[in-house]
Write a protein that binds this ligand. Structure first.
Ligand SMILES: [Fe+2]
Ligand SMILES: [Fe+2]
Length: 265
């Protein structure tokens, strides 16, 4: 049996602070074997850099995934291939830099990690996630004992469809991108743990991690504004799944861990 922790989109400095503060103890206390985190918003809310990827890794993250913000930081397209613990979305167009998936290993147990971009309401060009995942699973099935497939997508319908499509073929299918945790975490009939969205690791006194007033203002009058990263009510969010040596999910637990309880609580 292995314990896998998946952590939703890390939002800038507040998200990285939550990781550094909470993850080492969580990992130790719960006996977690593998930690995977989405880092697409880790650099000031937009993208990732090699320096920040390394900072995240040092907190106890084994693999970092990305999403539609993958190329937001200038020069990251030249850095990504040097980071053997980082993968970009698997269904980006052929020929772009970065790894499509990672295979982690502990005590002879091999654990594959990949992210698929959804296509509904997403601005990034991506190949069909259904066909892409079929191709990759065929390619790697003899190299892995368990698989985590992250769905980086906007709509619950596209994520749910992919979740059912992958039931019995992955150990954990977990969504990201909306920054809002959903309450539907469970184990599907054929043994795949599923959660539509893990939520973000960052400030929840915000609109998806950004300053509340700026976002309200932009909906109110449509004028351009700077969306600063918010700072309050920081939480680490994700899920913890136990999987057998055959890659079947045995337990699912949603993780919503506040960095500190407000004085008024
Ligand atoms: Fe995100
Ligand atoms: Fe995203």
């Amino acid at each position: 049996m292995k314990k896998i922790l998946f952590i939703g989109d890390i939002i800038g400095k507040p998200g990285r602070t939550a990781l550094a503060t909470l993850l080492p103890e969580l990992r130790e206390k719960r006996g977690i074997d593998f930690v995977v985190a989405n880092g697409e918003n880790a650099a000031g809310g937009n993208g990732l850099t090699a320096v920040i990827a390394n900072e995240i890794k040092k907190t106890g993250v084994d693999a970092i995934t990305l999403g539609d913000h993958v190329w937001d930081q200038k020069g990251f397209d030249r850095e990504i291939d040097t980071l053997d613990y980082v993968c970009r979305p698997a269904n980006l167009p052929q020929g772009v830099p970065g790894r499509k998936y990672l295979i982690l290993e502990k005590d002879g147990f091999r654990f594959a990690v990949m992210t698929l971009l959804g296509r509904n309401f997403m601005k990034v060009i991506a190949d069909c996630p259904f066909r892409t995942v079929d191709t990759i699973l065929n390619e790697i099935h003899h190299l892995t004992d368990a698989t985590l497939i992250e769905l980086h997508a906007e709509t619950t319908s596209e994520k749910t469809a992919l979740g059912w499509y992958l039931d019995g073929r992955a150990s954990l299918v977990v969504g990201t991108h909306t920054h809002i945790p959903t309450a539907d975490g469970r184990i599907l009939p054929r043994g795949t743990a599923y959660l539509t969205d893990a939520g973000m690791t960052g400030p929840y006194a915000s609109c998806l991690g950004r300053d509340i007033q700026a976002v309200i203002g932009s909906f109110y009058d449509g004028m351009p504004r700077k969306f600063e990263i918010a700072q309050e009510d920081i939480r680490l969010c994700g899920c913890l799944v136990e999987i057998t040596d055959q890659g079947i999910a045995r337990s699912f637990e949603q993780i919503i861990l506040p960095m500190s309880v407000p004085a008024s609580a």
